[in-house]
Design a protein around this ligand. Sequence first.
Ligand code: 8YV
Length: 311
Amino acid sequence: MTKPVVLALAGLMPGPFAELEANCTVHRLWEAADKEALIARVAPEIRGIVTGPGVSAELMDRFPALEIIGNFGVGYDKVDVGHAKIRGVRVTNTPGVLDDEVADLGLLLMLATARRLCVGDRFVRSGKWTQGGLPLARSLRGKRLGVVGMGRIGQAVAERAQVFGLSIAWHGPRAKPDIAHPYYPDLVALARDSDVLVLCCPGGAATHHIVNRAVIEALGPDGILVNIARGTVVDEPELVAALTDGRLGAAGLDVFEHEPKVPEALYGLDNVVLQPHVGSATVETRNAMADLVVRNLLAHFAGKPLLTPVA
Ligand code: 8YV
């Protein structure tokens, strides 16, 4: 039997990728010197796409026999799911396997901003310790955490934050009966009642710039914003301006609106902790994510139900 033909837009961890290659004919787009030529040559036979960078409607339409897109990541905001639906193309993502890792980074960023971890690190490295002390940091204990997006990751953040002595409230598109923490339908009101606001919601049109000037100012000069969601959730120029002129206290940011481009104004600020979108970036979690991508594709080609289809 001929193997299904798959186009990988980006690589996966070696183990799961080898499993994919054992069962499918895989073309590695990211390694091709002439990507256009590769697409033109293999397009008619492609039945599956593996992606991390997303798939636009335009790209999807280059593949007339496309049946399934395996998205490496829980967030699938860069895959045109609406178009996939019209085309009858299935889409899968990687929920569940990365919640703890991303939540850990959320706590790391909260603690690192409140306790000024990177400032202390730079202080020691630059030899300033011998000349005097470092200004005191702030404690998280007893503070109020606002969680934006109480899905799996938001809940994992809330669990951890409670251990660190924070109280929890949250905002999302609708109340959830199984979540006991107070629900705020209004994000500005949540920001006003929070010392730390952590973003755990999906990206895409529904959450575009929901953290705007009003939300940032409601969080205020002593407030901390942590973003482990998507850069698009925050109006980035407003965030940079508020951090620069002291209308927002601090920010821990793993994601940016135009990543890997980061506003250079942030580089010189001591009240920010910056990370290069590494919420899920451990060997263990990236293996689990890649494994789920591959198991979804292989289930599809075997005529079995998908493990984690996008709703
Ligand atoms: C990954 C993520 O870094 O799962 C997501 O939505 O943003 C991260 O886990 C990303 O998907 C890798 O491309």
